[in-house]
Design a protein around this ligand. Structure first.
Ligand code: KG4
Ligand code: ZN
Length: 334
């Protein structure tokens, strides 16, 4: 059984061909350089780039793999959440392919894709806690089976990746800010005291916009500073919040299995800290390879294959939505 998977929710155009036994091939084109001068993703520019690039990328994927497209059994694509114009490009391409090949469409939730990115490397037992840390989301879910997602708490304002991007902008660095701050922090010292909003709050909710504002005020108050020290102080605060809340999530649910996914899970210090914590506290920890942490089509392919195997797929006319919550989506498509 073979599938074509399509991911265009933000600024990466990504395609994969995937079989039950694993990936046949995948391809990804990031638009980061195009959006860098704007300090963030410009939605209509993103959609134009997806439109321009999706067909040549598809052509290259077929050539690179030598795969016969007629062998495709179904098409998986990201239905939600994301930038609606970007999602629409991927959905339209998926629909056209489904129509041409006369094969079903399998809708995938972008966050579900992130969660299942770890399964591309190894199977994981249920139940587990998923901490999703990306440019658009910072959420805890209890995952009790495929499609069985319970929201436990999340950010009340900025996503953690968004705060990385904003802090990089405050430091007059490029976009995306995450990898830049990650690198700077490796050479910095945590010499500035920054707030850890909602750390002691009993819920699993979080807040990152106050932290970003505190960094802004700090930079404005300093005559001279090393970017590396700001980056390290900021990153220490972020990791304190995420690790503390993750421990709380495991305590509340009594589930001692944690999956950390999404673009920010590529962060080197975050990975090391969670690893050390899992050894110290004795919980199972799964973080995907950095290449699978950030947006890609393989994760969409994996989740799509799981859905198709359960007989869950759509007629060819199904339309993207900017924001269906993951728990709602899980119930809709079960
Ligand atoms: O999951 P993702 O690729 O796209 C969304 O679904 O949003 O996440 C992108 C986010 C960006 O905010 C980016 O700055 C952040 O992930 N990111 C990182 C790192 N690599 C990417 N944040 C911290 N450290 C990194 N190494
Ligand atoms: Zn993502």
């Amino acid at each position: 059984m073979y599938s074509l998977a399509i991911e265009t929710s933000c600024d990466e155009t990504a395609l994969a061909i995937y079989s039950e036994d694993g990936p046949v091939g995948d391809i990804l084109l990031s638009q980061a350089k195009i959006h860098a001068s704007f300090g963030g993703v410009v939605p209509d520019l993103a959609a134009r780039e997806h439109t321009k690039n999706i067909l040549p990328l598809f052509d290259k994927l077929l050539k690179d793999t030598g795969f016969d497209i007629k062998k495709i059994d179904f098409i998986s694509f990201t239905l939600t959440p994301g930038l609606i114009l970007s999602l629409t490009v991927g959905a339209s391409f998926a629909k056209a392919m489904a129509y041409y090949l006369n094969k079903p469409l399998v809708p995938v939730h972008h966050l579900e894709g992130h969660i299942y990115s770890v399964f591309l490397e190894r199977p994981i037992q249920y139940p587990f806690i998923a901490l999703i840390v990306s440019g658009g989301h910072t959420d805890f879910f209890l995952v009790e089976g495929f499609g069985k997602y319970t929201f436990l708490g999340g950010t009340l304002d900025d996503a953690v990746g968004e705060s990385y991007d904003k802090v990089a902008r405050l430091l007059k660095e490029g976009y995306p800010g995450g990898p830049i701050i990650d690198r700077l922090a490796q050479y910095g010292k945590s010499i500035y005291k920054l707030p850890r909003p909602m750390l002691k709050d009993e819920s699993l909710n979080m807040s990152f916009s106050g932290l970003k504002t505190a960094v802004k005020h700090l930079i404005e108050s300093l005559k001279d500073y090393k970017k590396e020290d700001i980056a390290r102080s900021f990153q220490d605060a972020v990791i304190d919040i995420l690790t503390e809340k993750a421990l709380k999530a495991m305590e509340i649910t009594q589930v001692k299995r944690l999956v950390v996914v999404g673009g920010v899970s590529a962060n080197s210090q975050l990975r090391q800290t969670f690893k050390a914590l899992s050894q110290e506290k004795g919980f199972e920890l799964y973080i995907p390879h950095p290449r699978l942490s950030t947006d890609n089509a393989l994760m969409i392919a994996y989740a799509g294959m799981e859905r198709f195997k359960r007989g869950i797929y759509a007629a060819t006319n199904i339309n993207p939505e900017p924001n269906i919550p993951l728990d709602v989506f899980g119930k809709m498509w079960s």
